[in-house]
Write a protein that binds this ligand. Structure first.
Ligand code: NAD
Length: 366
């Protein structure tokens, strides 16, 4: 099959980690007889340097013309980078919000699973981890508090700010359907997280999710208040399969889940719309502290490319091959610096490698 892949290398470690994911995709193309054509797209700080803005109309058009987009990460060090002297709407991060909106990417998927080989990187106790956990967080990405009307004004002599949390039933239904479809291919459980004891938007959320659940009799649905969910993720992450939630709750819970799963360098993500198109990127940022050193972990980006194969191209066998190769490389004892054991006595049981070597080792195992 032929696919057009938009490639946003971005800033900081972005170009280093994307190069390894492209290396893996090229190997998949050769082995399984596909043709991947790449279109380079500038976004973030690198686009500011060239075009004076983080996201151009041409970049959006190139992304729309692609079957899927693979992205590294954007942004720089807020204290030292000149990009952060610009007004907020001209900074690198504005490009990210802009592309999500322009492509209507309303669902963000973040798997948070713990590899047995990386148990030492998990901050939770052994008895909590057990034989590992595997959650899929599905966060609504284009509605809620981040996109509602907001203003700051003086009322009765006091500065007063307001943000609006708004959802309509269609916005809730479309992501709920995605969550149930995803759970159907996994362990058949959806935990819908809301704050229905206080918020009207959450009560509507709960009602619509329950309506959607009627079409999925094989899937278990539970509702959980967001404060309890935050607690349960560290108390017993093994209870979760798919976690479905709105934009801000998902923003917070997905970062919490990524921490309990170990390094940011391991965690993939996908942002999808109602077609097969998706934007695939690692959960972490541009890591300016380690950029250019050749030590960043490329695995999250490689696993994001595997999600692209699975969700946008329906190439499940190829996606499995990439995921199995990642698992094997960890079993064989190879680690980038971020996933080295903390305990000094365990350091000589594994071998530390750099970004490009990790990419090569994964390719060898596909
Ligand atoms: P960060 O995720 O870039 O870094 C946090 C820590 O994790 C750092 O110590 C970093 O070295 C480490 N880390 C992250 N990815 C790693 C990898 N692949 N391998 C090894 N270590 C890794 O977060 P930050 O420092 O808060 O943000 C840096 C910049 O990234 C900021 O400009 C921020 O706005 C941007 N950012 C971009 C995205 C995105 O592109 N989607 C997401 C988050 C942050």
């Amino acid at each position: 099959m032929n696919y057009n892949i938009g490639v946003i290398r971005g800033d900081g470690i972005g170009p280093e980690i994307v190069a390894e994911a492209v290396k893996v995709l090229d190997h998949i193309a050769a082995k399984y007889h596909h043709s991947f054509h790449y279109t380079e797209i500038l976004m973030g700080g690198c686009s500011i340097d060239v075009n004076g803005e983080p996201l151009t109309k041409e970049a959006i058009a190139a992304a729309k013309a692609s079957d899927a987009v693979l992205m590294g990460s954007i942004g720089g060090d807020a204290k030292t980078s000149p990009w952060y002297q610009l007004p907020p709407e001209k900074r690198p991060e504005a490009g990210l919000l802009g592309i999500r909106k322009a492509l209507n990417l309303f669902v963000n998927l973040r798997p948070a699973n713990l590899y047995q080989e990386l148990k030492e990187a998990c901050p939770l106790r052994d008895d909590i981890i057990g034989d590992g956990f595997d959650m899929m967080i599905m966060r609504e990405l284009t509605g809620g508090l981040y996109f509602g009307e907001r203003k700051t004004e003086e009322i009765d002599g006091k500065m007063t700010a307001v943000d609006t949390l708004i959802y309509n039933e269609d916005e809730i239904r479309r992501i709920a359907i995605r969550a149930f479809d995803t759970a159907a291919k996994r362990r058949k459980k959806v935990t819908s997280v809301d704050k229905a004891n206080v918020l009207d938007s959450s009560r509507l959320w709960r009602k619509v999710v329950e309506e959607v659940a009627k079409d999925y009799p094989d899937i278990t649905l539970e509702h959980m208040l967001v404060d309890n969910a935050a607690m349960q993720i560290v108390k017993n992450p093994r209870q979760f399969d798919v976690i479905l939630t709105e934009n801000m709750f998902g923003d917070i819970l997905s970062d919490e889940a990524s921490m309990v799963a170990g390094s940011l360098g391991m965690l993939a993500s996908a942002s999808l719309n109602d077609t097969k198109f998706g934007l695939y990127e690692p959960s972490g940022g541009s890591a300016p502290d380690i950029a250019g050193k050749g030590i960043a972990n490329p695995i999250a980006t490689i696993l994001s490319a595997a999600m692209m194969l699975r969700f946008s191209f329906d190439l499940d066998e190829e996606a499995d091959a990439v995921e199995n190769a990642v698992q094997q490389v960890l079993k064989d004892g190879y680690r980038t610096i971020d996933i080295m054991p903390q305990d000094n006595s365990k350091k000589n049981t594994v071998k530390q490698v750099g970004t490009a070597e990790m990419g090569d080792l994964i390719v060898e195992r596909i």
